[in-house]
Design a protein around this ligand. Structure first.
Ligand code: SAM
Length: 213
């Protein structure tokens, strides 16, 4: 499958690309044990089985969510944006058989000089926004601008933790986890579904948010 290429690189982009050079290989074997709520956020979208909407996943990684969407909804049009060529390579191999209705773009998601080929009905962020530091606010603004008038945003991500040592450990892995996303989402979008859940007895919390523009 062809992947449209990146043309500018910030420090954030370089750091994350190099992090995922190694982690792309371990990703599918490890992330199920802590990226909770990914199936629930797709269920929370409440899509009809025959929906032919266009869904954009920002930071689609190895295609975990796109694969679920493609397998469950045969008529969806799917786009995945990511900055890591290593993650996109895994996703593109994994989703080869859906290539007719799927497009990957190797781009940083921020307001800028590249355009999506189609307006999405839904923008999904799954464990991506906590990694865009700096730039998560710009990414939210871009999602707002990219969405159709009555478009939907869906986000599942880390929320917070009462343990400083855990927050430091997540920072080493480029994750900012200080409950900053949910208020920003609620300020920009009309909430349809908001939920905060505990992981591993409260070691950390994660949230699900579905909102309308
Ligand atoms: C933790 S992974 C999540 C992957 C996938 N969404 C999932 O739930 O399995 C975060 C992904 O976001 C991507 N990413 C980070 N910053 C980005 C940016 N500015 N623009 C687009 N993708 C980005 C990373 O390359 C990585 O693939």
């Amino acid at each position: 499958m062809e992947i449209a290429k990146l043309n500018n690189e910030s420090t954030q982009v370089k750091t994350i690309r190099s992090y995922y050079k190694l982690h792309a290989k371990l990703y599918q074997a490890t992330r199920w044990s802590f990226l909770f709520g990914r199936n629930q956020i797709i269920r929370a979208l409440n899509l009809p089985k025959q929906s032919d909407q266009t869904i954009l996943e920002v930071g689609c990684g190895t295609g975990h969510n796109l694969s679920t969407l493609a397998n469950q909804y045969p008529n969806l049009h799917l786009m995945g944006v990511d900055i890591s060529p290593d993650m996109l390579k895994v996703a593109s191999n994994r989703l080869q058989r859906h290539s007719r209705r799927l497009l990957f773009l190797e781009k940083p998601y921020a307001p800028g000089d590249w355009k999506l080929p189609a307006k999405p009905d839904v923008v999904l962020f799954s464990y991506c926004l906590t990694m865009i530091n700096p730039g998560w606010e710009d990414a939210l603004q871009r999602a707002y601008d990219d969405l159709d008038e009555d478009g939907t945003i869906a986000v599942v991500d880390f929320h917070g933790s009462p343990f400083r040592i855990f927050l430091r450990w997540m920072d080493v892995h480029h994750v900012r986890m200080d409950k900053h996303l949910l208020p920003a989402l609620e300020a920009r979008f009309t909430a349809v579904h908001t939920e905060v859940r505990r992981a591993y007895g409260g070691l950390w919390s994660y949230f699900l948010f579905v909102g309308r523009k």
